[in-house]
Design a protein around this ligand. Structure first.
Ligand SMILES: NC(=O)c1ccc[n+]([C@@H]2O[C@H](COP(=O)([O-])OP(=O)(O)OC[C@H]3O[C@@H](n4cnc5c(N)ncnc54)[C@H](O)[C@@H]3O)[C@@H](O)[C@H]2O)c1
Length: 624
């Protein structure tokens, strides 16, 4: 069906159909334009004017009777030609009991002519406008599965409509598979003029950075339709719209983004907040194996130039030696002032990479992608960075705020149970400091958080993170004399002393030390007469019932009270040579207590089973 151009037509984009009208082209074959023309739709090539949108009969759109478990939202599939949007879309709709609609077919139905003709007669601008109106109308209806043409999501207004009303799923497919799938498909006009591989390569460069804004990304390779559909369903089940917690500070503001699948979208999430598309990813060897590949893919999709530096896992990497090695590697790679350091890993990588960012070239932009529970709920937020010395933990460091924090809760799926427990200590800490209701929530849901049930786990991360963000916003540099950021150290003076004594060799994780430290801070508060015994008992019960370390004897190690006290006097939290502790008046009522008598601390340690002088311990301190 060829129509001549109208002589009156002003300049339109070339009469090339959407190169990726894969779903449409099927429809072009099946919709006989003459049959489908609704009354009143002008097909004459001389009728339209460039100022007018092309006429659409929106009432001609199919309505769906399906409904689904998506809170009224539809699922919009996006991706390049050959990715399988129509095939997977149909199967997905069938399995979810939803209607399936091919947006391009509906555009043709509403336009009364093929997409090729719309492009030729009205130009791409008019087509995109019509496409947006059709998609909006389709998304107004009951929830359904919608396959869109490959160019639809490239249009900012259409993206906004989809974001507002649907869940977008990018079916991401490797180039080689796409090339194979589109081979010999003569109904894709663009492919008839150039080598399919060249066309697809160009489309990947143009479109992947924008597709990366999809809510969900599903890798679709050579798997069969059923398996790919299952993956989409699983990803939908895990989908929580990312939550953004703003951290608004005097000199810097940033968002903590919390959600599933964020690493796969990191490029799109970071591109708008970074000064340059050059980054160095610092990670540790364990995390590199698990989570570096999707991060590199996502950054690559968004056009980032990426280098990586891998450090050994473990607290030993927070050392001057490793700091030197990482800065050397970064400088050797020719880092620029606007190059961003991305920390991918737990609190150790975050603290080390953050300090590297703070000090290299007097400060490079910095991003945190925390992958442990502890780092998601605590260390990645607030800008404290640093390394350890033989004199104690975090004694060299700087405040250096990140430009963004992406807390991808999907990464927790690969975290060992012991690390989850370590992170949980920092979660309950939030409740113990200032939110009794949150602690009560932990009492109800702690076991499910620890067994990594996605819903309670996500909620715990959000609530603890929100708590930390709020505290940091009010007292960025820990200057507040009362309350403020220092309260976040609840349990840490005891915890750091235990860690230091064991030499950070993995026998006691930081979070485990904090867990024990929390109980000791409550015990000291009770002994000093600040806190009711009932609150200490409540905390002990919760720690024990969830399998958290609560007693010094849970470390399985022997300690001497005086040695631990010596570590405490070297802690940064000393003021004028006096022992300063964060104590509690009860659950949710922490306060700073300066000048805590050393004798009271020693008595608590001995009560816990520590040796009073040399190391010939111990009674384990537990009530008989
Ligand atoms: N800056 C702050 O405000 C702050 C606050 C609290 C703690 N910290 C620091 O954080 C550090 C502890 O952090 P951490 O507990 O996250 O330890 P970590 O960084 O050592 O991570 C724990 C272990 O888990 C591995 N790992 C990380 N992510 C994983 C994943 N998704 N799947 C499988 N394995 C994974 C790591 O390789 C490592 O072996 C301490 O040095 C502590 O001082 C800093």
């Amino acid at each position: 069906m060829s129509r001549p151009y109208s002589a009156e037509r002003p300049e339109f984009p070339p009469a090339v159909p959407d190169p990726d009208a894969d779903s449409a082209t099927d429809a072009v074959a099946s919709v006989r334009v003459a049959d489908a023309v609704p009354s009143g739709v002008a097909l004459s090539p001389s009728a339209p004017s460039s100022a007018d949108p092309f006429p659409l009969n929106l009432d001609a759109l199919r309505t769906s009777t399906g409904f689904g478990p998506l809170a009224g939202r539809s699922i919009v599939l996006i991706g390049l030609m050959g990715a399988g949007k129509s095939t997977i879309g149909r199967r997905l709709a069938q399995r979810l009991g939803l209607g399936f609609v091919d947006a391009d077919a509906e555009i043709e139905r509403a336009a009364g002519c093929s997409i090729s003709d719309v492009f030729r007669m009205y130009g791409e601008g008019a087509f995109r406008d019509g496409e947006r109106r059709v998609i909006r109308r389709l998304l107004d209806g009951p929830s359904r599965v919608l396959a869109t043409g490959g160019g639809a999501f490239m249009n900012a207004e259409t993206r906004a409509v989809i974001r507002e009303r649907a869940i977008s799923v990018w079916l991401r497919c490797p180039l080689d598979i796409l090339v194979r799938r589109v081979a010999g498909r003569s109904h894709r006009p663009l492919l008839n003029h150039s080598r399919p591989r060249d066309v697809l390569e160009r489309l990947i460069t143009e479109r992947h950075p924008v597709y990366a804004e999809a809510d969900i990304i599903v890798q679709c390779g050579d798997d069969n339709v059923d398996n790919s559909t299952t993956r989409v369903i699983e990803a939908l089940a895990l989908n929580h719209r990312p939550r953004r917690l703003p951290v608004a500070l005097d000199r810097a503001s940033y968002d903590v983004v919390i959600g599933a699948g964020l690493i796969e979208r990191a490029g799109a999430l970071l591109a708008p907040v970074l000064p340059q598309k050059r980054v160095v990813v610092v990670t540790d060897a364990t995390v590199a194996e698990l989570w570096l590949p999707p991060l590199l893919e996502s950054l690559g999709d968004s056009g980032f130039h990426v280098r990586t530096v891998v450090v050994p896992p473990g607290e030993k990497s927070k050392s001057l030696e490793e700091f030197g090695r990482v800065t050397d590697a970064i400088l050797e790679q020719g880092v620029e002032r606007r190059t961003t350091i991305i920390a991918l890993g737990g609190g150790i990588v975050g603290d080390l990479a953050g300090f590297v960012a703070a000090s290299t070239l007097r400060g490079l932009p910095f991003v945190q992608i925390p992958t442990t529970l502890l780092s998601q709920v605590d260390s990645s937020v607030g800008g404290k960075t640093g390394i350890n010395t033989r004199w104690g933990k975090n004694l060299i460091g700087a405040f250096h705020q990140p430009a963004a924090v992406l807390a991808d809760i999907s990464t927790l799926a690969t975290l060992p149970a012991r690390e989850i427990r370590a992170g949980y200590a920092e979660i309950i800490k939030a409740g113990l400091i200032g939110d009794e209701r949150f602690f009560a929530w932990c009492e109800m849901h702690g076991a499910t958080v620890l067994s990594q049930e996605p819903e309670p786990l996500a909620e715990a991360v959000e609530r603890a993170c929100a708590f930390k963000a709020a505290v940091v916003t009010k007292d960025e540099f820990e200057r507040s004399s009362e309350g403020g950021r220092a309260l976040l150290n609840l349990g840490h003076t005891f915890g750091h002393a235990l860690e230091a004594e064991l030499g950070y060799d993995g026998r006691l994780l930081h979070g485990e030390a904090v867990s024990i430290g929390l109980r000791l801070a409550f015990l000291l508060s009770v002994r000093l007469g600040y806190c009711p015994q009932a609150d200490l008992d409540r905390l002990t019960r919760h720690l024990e019932s969830t399998g958290m370390p609560a007693w010094i004897s849970d470390t399985g190690e022997a300690f001497a009270a005086d040695t631990l006290l010596r570590h405490m006097t070297r802690d940064k939290k000393m003021h004028d040579g006096k022992l300063t502790f964060i104590l509690v008046r009860g659950i949710g009522r922490a306060f700073t207590c300066r000048d805590v008598p050393e004798a009271a601390v020693r008595a608590v340690l001995i009560e816990e089973g520590c040796a009073s002088d040399a190391l010939q311990t111990p009674d384990n301190g537990r009530p008989k």
